[in-house]
Design a protein around this ligand. Structure first.
Ligand SMILES: N[C@H](CCC[C@H](N)C(=O)O)C(=O)O
Length: 292
């Protein structure tokens, strides 16, 4: 099957964008994995599909697949690329678009300086929504919030990791570390991602507090491994830091692929605003095997 695509990236988190506003390709998980494969396909962390508005007042639908082929609820860096894509493809001339995702409606808006600000909606703290099974565990209270002790498989002799749990539509387990560069992301990331207490797995964030308004962050993403940036991960880390009493309402988030800004008032139902770059890299076509 011949597929037209656009390659984009937001702070180094990279995407294959598919325009499915005039019909869907009907891709299988294996075909999404092929498109994301950095040796045999195009190469990307996620595949983002643009589909027509599902209802009045909504401009588009946004479908997200990780490079492992699984569909997920939300992607913050992708949302910024989304609005640049639909404008550059002539699908809208709006600066702010309302987009339906699996986890609700988000609103990416082009800024005059070329960056994009996304209203990512309010964070969710109910453990059942993540979902996370905390049975038999006693959380530690830090600031106005809990950190959960997470013993990692095969490392029972080591101290449990203290993780803060936040959903931005997709699940995040965030821990505070002294230095992101020496954090054992490659070792502990997969163990956290696949921990049995997370029924739908989880994104693992490693946050270094530089100041009340600046953090450094690495994220081992569910279904993708460590990426150069994670938008929902940046939102989850800042929300966790504010709730733990460590951060101010607006924070610069330095990730390996670039810098994002996250703002959240701290009020439970207040939206999280994510601002950062969105870049078109190239457009092309590719033959996707039908028999994967
Ligand atoms: N790996 C994530 C999806 C992509 C999120 C990330 N690329 C972002 O910018 O938010 C998950 O499985 O929930």
């Amino acid at each position: 099957m011949r597929i037209k695509f656009t390659k984009m990236q937001g702070a180094g988190n990279d995407f294959v964008m598919l325009d499915e506003t005039r019909g869907q390709y009907g891709l299988s998980s294996a075909q999404y994995r092929f498109l994301a494969d950095r040796h045999f396909g195009v190469g990307a962390d996620q595949i983002l599909s643009v589909r027509p508005s599902p209802s009045p007042g909504i401009d588009f639908e946004y479908v997200i697949h990780n490079c492992d082929g699984g569909e997920v609820e939300q992607c913050g860096n992708g949302a910024r690329c989304f609005v640049r894509f639909v404008r550059e493809q002539g699908l809208t001339n709006k600066l702010l678009v309302r987009v339906k995702t699996l986890s609700g409606v988000i609103e990416p808006c082009m800024q005059p300086d070329g960056r994009v600000t996304v209203n990512m909606g309010a964070p969710v703290f109910e453990l059942a929504q993540l979902p996370f099974d905390g049975s038999g565990l006693s959380p530690m209270l830090v600031g106005q919030w809990e950190q959960w002790p997470l013993a990692l498989e095969g490392r029972e002799s080591e101290a449990a990791m203290a993780v803060a749990l936040v959903s931005m539509g997709n699940p995040h387990a965030v821990q505070v570390v002294a230095d992101v560069d020496s954090a054992a992301v490659a070792g502990s990331g997969p163990l956290i991602e696949n921990h049995p207490r997370f029924a739908r797995r989880v994104n693992a964030g490693y946050m270094q507090i530089v100041s009340p308004s600046q953090i450094r962050l690495r994220v081992y993403e569910r279904g993708a491994g460590e990426t150069l940036a994670c938008g929902t991960g940046a939102c989850a880390a800042v929300v966790a830091g504010i709730r733990l009493g460590l951060l101010e309402p607006q924070v610069d988030v330095q990730m390996r692929g670039g810098e994002l800004t996250v703002a959240w008032s701290g009020q439970a139902n207040a939206p999280v605003l994510l601002t950062g770059p969105a870049t078109t890299v190239f457009e092309s076509e590719i033959d996707v095997p039908d028999d994967l």
